[in-house]
Design a protein around this ligand. Structure first.
Ligand SMILES: [Zn+2]
Length: 73
């Protein structure tokens, strides 16, 4: 299993969401449209463990959550 974090830095959102890399929303860091949905959002690089992905998400100082579609753990 591997993980990616979607970071949305827009002021109204400010979130970092952890996904399994195989999640349809993540698509191995490519996103559903092949790229993030706006220029203030980005996908992290790949993480080998959930703990590493969570640590990265927390380091962004955004509101951390887990994807409710793929339920990474
Ligand atoms: Zn997901």
């Amino acid at each position: 299993m591997s993980y990616h974090v979607y970071v949305n830095t827009r002021h109204a959102a400010r979130k970092a969401r952890v996904h399994f890399s195989h999640c349809s929303h993540c698509n191995h860091g490519e996103g559903t449209q092949g790229r993030p949905d706006n220029e203030e959002s980005y996908w992290s690089h790949r993480f080998d463990t959930f703990a590493a992905a969570m640590a990265y998400a927390q380091s962004t100082d955004m509101n951390v959550s887990r994807c409710d579609h793929c339920n990474p753990i």
